[in-house]
Design a protein around this ligand. Structure first.
Ligand code: NI
Length: 181
């Protein structure tokens, strides 16, 4: 396994709509290796999610994991075991919107307040190709929507309603959210 180079904002791969991953490709040693390397890369950089385009691979594939010792766990009380998500779709459940400070390995050091659906129904294939259906809420739902956006060439900055909450991580930890919440 190896830690992969992460594409940073400005690289065109982050603005490209990724291709669906055909079943026969998914089973290939190359893609299975890519998945292992993405997991290792996410862990190495303390991420809770990583999408294939972020490691210069334009496939509809991401990995996510919200461990119980994640600083964000306390916000919603939801953990997400290590999950490999291939060819995902999601549908919002209800119209409740939550706002949370997001960061991105492709936009180092910076965080900003982003609106997301509180609850979503998700459908995707696992790394074995089997179809998975689930309902997510809280922080795992936020991570899913953030990573899904990467597959469509969308960055969280595009989703922000205002840039007033943009902050460097250190300043955010020191001063909190600038919208007062
Ligand atoms: Ni990201």
């Amino acid at each position: 396994m190896s830690v992969l180079k992460v594409a940073r904002m400005g690289h065109p791969v982050l603005r490209t709509v990724a291709d669906p991953l055909p079943d026969e490709m998914l089973q290939s040693a190359e893609i299975q290796q890519l998945i292992d390397n993405m997991v290792e890369t996410m862990v190495e950089y303390d991420g809770v999610g990583l999408a294939a385009p972020q490691v210069h691979e334009s496939w509809r594939l991401f990995v996510m994991e919200v461990p119980s010792d994640s600083p964000r766990y306390g916000e919603t009380g939801a953990v997400q075991p290590l999950t490999v998500v291939v060819n995902p779709e999601y549908t919002p459940q209800g119209d409740q919107i939550v706002y949370s400070m997001e960061g991105c390995l492709s936009i180092p050091e910076i965080m900003g307040l982003v609106p997301r659906h509180e609850r979503i129904k998700v459908r995707y294939q696992g790394r074995d190709g089997k179809l998975v259906e689930a309902e997510l809420s809280g922080f795992p739902a936020i991570v899913f929507q953030h990573e899904y956006d990467h597959l469509d060439g969308i960055l969280y900055l595009d989703r922000m309603e205002s840039f007033e909450t943009l902050a460097y991580r250190r300043e955010y930890e020191r001063y909190g959210r600038l919208d007062g919440e």
